[in-house]
Design a protein around this ligand. Structure first.
Ligand SMILES: [Fe+2]
Ligand SMILES: [Fe+2]
Length: 166
């Protein structure tokens, strides 16, 4: 980002804090990418095939989020953190525990719902925090928030809304 763009953010906010918030989001997107990717590969069985296909598509979506967030970090003069070995400690989801049974598609979807739910909460928090202060970051997190809300809804549909809530 150019000088003026940074100045605008600096006038209202601590830029380092914005960068840290965004890096936490990048780590979380990476954890989600990994979960959807491995989930798309290991799942077996009837419903598993369908969920695996859906997960496969999600990999690109979450990776796209990570890229847009990283781009914004660069614009702000920061550096996307090196995620290797750090995803667990930085992401919203902590240490990832995969469902043990690869034929239990519902368990995979529930795990994914946990991810999406936490992402929705986090992006909502960031959207409120940056609203009216840093328009560019606000627009970015609000647009990702809308994607995560849609993801959550699609996942609930995949296993039926009622069983998703159990
Ligand atoms: Fe995402
Ligand atoms: Fe998502």
């Amino acid at each position: 980002m150019g000088r003026k763009g940074r100045e605008i953010v600096q006038a209202e906010l601590n830029v380092k804090e914005v960068i840290d918030d965004l890096n936490k989001a990048v780590a979380s997107e990476w954890a989600a990418v990994y979960f959807f990717w491995i989930g798309s590969i290991v799942q077996e069985g009837f419903l598993g095939e369908e969920v695996a296909e859906y997960f496969g598509k999600q990999v690109q979506g979450e990776l796209g989020h990570a890229s847009r967030l990283a781009q914004r970090i660069i614009e702000l003069g920061g550096q996307p953190v090196d995620m290797v070995g750090k995803v667990d400690s930085l992401s919203l989801f902590g240490k990832l525990q995969m469902p043990r049974d690869n034929t239990d598609a519902v368990a995979f979807v529930k795990k994914a719902l946990e991810f999406e739910g936490k992402a929705v909460e986090y992006y909502n928090k960031l959207a409120k925090k940056y609203f009216g202060k840093d328009h560019t970051t606000y627009q970015l997190v609000a647009s990702i928030l809308a994607d995560e809300v849609a993801d959550e809804d699609e996942l609930e549909n995949l296993i039926g809304k009622r069983s998703a809530r159990k």
